[in-house]
Write a protein that binds this ligand. Structure first.
Ligand code: FMN
Length: 325
């Protein structure tokens, strides 16, 4: 069995706050790391590589200052890079990650061994997200340190496979770090992810409803009012399947007929880029069902820790009900 990265045991909770397009920035990342969980953001949340470097400097200096002032260790932070020919900034942004020794790089779409080697050269880790076995095998061959298993119901470009099957399938050939993603919104969910065999839980939608996220008020309210069945899985917005809040689709005038076509809608000039589309049509996972408030990251993590401990203790206590097990 491959040893797991040392930082995992230093976290206050085995959680990575997932990168969220248009939603996560330095404030969210810094608060997560100060409170003992991994904070992350997509490099593309800044419009330019110069802006991206400014964020890296801001995050690093805030966390250094926190460590100096409190004597506590901050959790590592991560950056999400889209590894695809359509991302013209990849090379420059990767160079900046190397320059600033970003502890964790989260790659989406392509898993490339040169990138993995470059990150390893300064002691960084690469986690790659996948929705199926074939992608996981390719990433394993590229030498990534961990796989993020994006299961059915996840926010953003969610997968279609049940998390239990996905974890079992990937663990059968990959013995490095397993990170489970999809509908993890409570401390009990985090405990369940570990129970299934994951090393870390990856939480996205839950962090939209924090004071430090960049989401507009109406987006957060829509999450509070939504249930799992209000989430629509469609390729009509991105050209690739993703989960969206049904009410935001309706508000943008996108009807069931458009969604049935399962190909990207021609939005014309109005919503011509991915950023413009995602600004109007809001993504969230089926985990909305247990999100009933907006709180600071600090308060959310305190609540998650309490729920996590209670869930594990409750389950342990159940052993006595099954003496024959
Ligand atoms: C609004 C939104 C934006 C997202 N943007 C990104 C992104 O830019 N890069 C990425 O790798 N994943 C992105 N994701 C996926 C998340 O990183 C994560 O896999 C997912 O949110 C986990 O599922 P959950 O939302 O059910 O917790 C996004 C998800 C949401 C909800």
């Amino acid at each position: 069995m491959m040893p797991k990265p040392a930082f995992i045991k230093e976290l206050s909770l085995p959680v990575i706050a997932a990168p969220l397009f248009l939603i996560s920035g330095p404030q969210l990342v810094i608060e997560c790391c100060k409170n003992g969980i991994v904070g992350t953001f997509p490099a593309l949340n800044q419009r330019s590589s110069e802006g991206f470097e400014e964020w890296l400097i801001q995050i690093k200096s805030s966390l250094e200052q926190f460590e100096k002032e409190t004597g506590k260790k901050a959790a590592p932070f991560g950056v999400n890079l889209i590894v695809h020919p359509t991302n013209p900034r990849l090379e420059t942004d990767l160079k900046l990650c190397i320059k600033h020794k970003v502890p964790i790089i989260i790659t989406s779409l392509g898993a490339v061994s040169q990138l993995v080697d470059a990150v390893h050269s300064y002691g960084g880790l690469v986690f790659h997200d996948i929705i199926k076995k074939r992608h996981a095998e390719k990433a394993a061959d590229a030498g990534v340190d961990g796989l993020i298993l994006v299961a059915a119901g996840a926010g953003g470009h969610g997968g279609t496979i049940n998390p239990m099957s996905l974890v079992a399938e990937i663990k059968s050939f990959f013995d490095k770090t397993i990170i489970l993603s999809g509908c993890i919104s409570t401390g009990r969910d985090v405990a369940s992810a570990l129970q299934m065999g994951a090393d870390l839980a990856y939480m996205g939608t839950r962090f939209i409803n924090t004071s430090e996220s960049k989401a507009p008020k109406e987006y957060r309210e829509m999450i509070i009012n939504a249930g799992a069945s209000d989430i629509v899985y469609t390729a009509a917005i991105s050209g690739v399947h993703a989960n969206f809040l049904g009410s935001s689709l309706a508000a943008a005038g996108i009807g069931e007929e458009d969604l049935k076509k399962d190909v990207k809608i021609d939005f014309g000039k109005e919503l011509d880029t991915e950023a413009k589309a995602w600004k109007t049509i809001w993504s969230a996972g089926q985990g909305v069902t247990t999100i009933k408030n907006v709180s600071t990251v600090k308060d959310l993590i305190l609540k998650l820790k309490e729920e996590f401990k209670n869930a594990i203790q409750e389950q342990y206590a159940k052993l006595k009900d099954y003496p024959k097990a």
